[in-house]
Design a binder for this molecule. Structure first.
Ligand code: DOR
Ligand code: ZN
Length: 348
C-alpha cells in the first residue's frame, strides 16, 4: 500500500466561469480569485449587461485595478449575447484580444438575464461568425419556459437547443457551463471535440436535499439548481475522470447576505475564497488526485487554445476553517462551506 501524498504541486489553475460583479463588491472579491487562479473567464451579466467590446474593455480595466499589487492575474472577458448583438463588433473584439468568448443566456434563465437571447435562431448569424473565427461560446444551458419543471430545465435544453445547435454548427466551440445532470455528462461524452463542460464545486458536493431538508438553505441555492444524488455522482465521475472535456469553472456568484436571506433569495453561491480546497477534497475522496491538474490547470487552456500557466501552486493536506462570513464590499457575503473545515489548504 502506498501512502497518500501530503502535498500536491500543480500548474497554477484558471477559473473558466465566474462572476465578479462591479464597484465595491468587485473590489472585495477579485483578490480571492487572483490568489487562487492566474486567469478567469468573467461573466458579463452586470446591470446593465456587458454587451459590446467597448463595455468589456472598460470592465476589464476596472477588474485589473482591483487586483492586489504583486499578484499576476488576467481577466478573460466575455460579452453578453442579445437578440441584437452585432457580429462585427464581436469579431473585432475577439481579434483585438479584448473578448475571449461570448455568453449565451436564454432570456430569463438567471440573475440579470432579462436581456438574453429569446430564440437561438435570432443569433444564428452571430454564432456562424463565431464558428468561423474560432471564438468560443459559453452557454447557460437551461430552458426558461414556465411549463418545464426547474429540475428538468437543463436536460430539456440539451434536447431542444444544444444538440440541434451542435449538429448545425459542429465547428463552433461550445462550453456547456456549470453542468448539473447525468444527461449533461452523457451529452458531453457523446459530442465531438468542440464541446466541453465546466463543473462547479457545489455541484460536486451537494444535492437538492442539502438545499431543502431540515429547512431552506438559501446559501446552497444557485442556478442551475443542484439535482438528485445520482446526478451529483455522475458529475463527480466526470470531473475526476481525467477527461479533457471537463474543467474548473466555479460559477462563484457573490450576493450579499440580505439578498440571499430574503422572501425571494437570489441564486448564486460565493465559492471563490476556498475553491481549490473544495475541489481538491472531491478528487481526494474519489481517489483521483493525479487527475486534479488536468481538471484545474490543463484541460481549460487546451480547449480555449491557450498555453497552460508556467507557475506552480502547492496545496498541503492541512485543515483550514472556512469563515462564517466574508467582507463583500457593501455588505457581508456567506461563502460556500461557511463554518466547515476543509482538508487541504493552498499554501503557495
Ligand atoms: O446561481 C447563479 N448565479 N447562476 C447563474 O447563472 C448566475 C449567477 C449570478 O449571476 O448570480
Ligand atoms: Zn454563472
Amino acid at each position: 500500500m502506498t501512502t497518500p501524498p501530503e502535498s500536491l504541486t500543480i500548474r497554477r489553475p484558471d477559473d473558466w466561469h465566474l462572476h465578479f460583479r462591479d464597484g465595491d463588491t468587485m473590489r472585495a472579491v477579485v483578490p480571492y480569485t487572483a490568489r487562487q487562479c492566474a486567469r478567469a473567464i468573467v461573466m458579463p451579466n452586470l446591470a446593465p449587461p456587458v454587451t459590446t467590446t467597448a463595455l468589456a474593455a472598460a470592465y476589464r480595466d476596472r477588474i485589473n485595478a482591483a487586483v492586489p499589487d504583486g499578484i499576476e492575474f488576467t481577466p478573460l472577458m466575455t460579452t453578453y449575447l442579445t437578440d441584437e448583438t452585432d457580429a462585427q463588433d464581436l469579431a473585432v473584439g475577439h481579434g483585438d484580444g479584448v473578448l475571449t468568448a461570448a455568453k449565451l443566456y436564454p432570456a430569463g434563465a438567471t440573475t440579470n438575464s432579462a436581456h438574453g437571447v429569446t430564440d437561438v435562431a435570432n443569433i444564428m448569424g452571430v454564432l456562424e461568425r463565431m464558428a468561423d473565427i474560432g471564438m468560443p461560446l459559453c452557454v447557460h444551458g437551461e430552458v426558461t419556459t414556465p411549463d418545464i419543471d426547474i429540475f428538468d430545465r437543463e436536460a430539456v435544453f440539451i434536447d431542444r437547443i444544444l444538440q440541434p445547435l451542435v449538429d448545425r454548427l459542429p465547428t463552433l466551440k461550445v462550453i456547456f457551463e456549470h453542468i448539473t445532470t447525468m444527461q449533461a455528462v452523457s451529452f458531453v461524452e457523446s459530442a465531438g471535440p468542440n464541446v466541453a463542460a465546466t463543473i462547479t464545486p457545489q455541484h460536486l458536493h451537494i444535492n437538492r436535499n442539502d438545499i431543502l431538508v431540515g429547512g431552506i438553505r438559501p446559501h446552497m441555492y444557485c442556478l442551475p439548481v443542484a439535482k438528485r444524488e445520482q446526478h451529483r455522482l455522475a458529475l463527480r465521475g466526470a470531473a475526476t475522470s481525467g477527461s479533457p472535456k471537463y474543467f474548473l469553472g466555479t460559477d462563484s456568484a457573490p450576493h450579499h447576505r440580505h439578498a440571499k436571506e430574503s422572501d425571494c433569495g437570489c441564486a448564486g453561491i460565493f465559492n471563490a475564497p476556498f475553491a481549490l480546497e473544495s475541489y481538491l477534497q472531491v478528487f481526494e475522496d474519489e481517489g483521483a488526485l493525479p487527475h486534479f491538474e488536468t481538471f484545474a490547470s490543463l484541460a481549460g487552456p487546451a480547449f480555449y487554445g491557450l498555453e497552460p500557466n508556467e507557475e506552480r501552486v502547492t496545496l498541503e493536506k492541512r485543515p483550514v476553517e472556512v469563515p462564517a462570513t466574508i467582507d463583500g464590499g457593501e455588505a457581508e457575503v456567506v461563502p460556500f462551506h461557511a463554518g466547515e473545515t476543509l482538508n487541504w489548504q493552498l499554501v503557495s
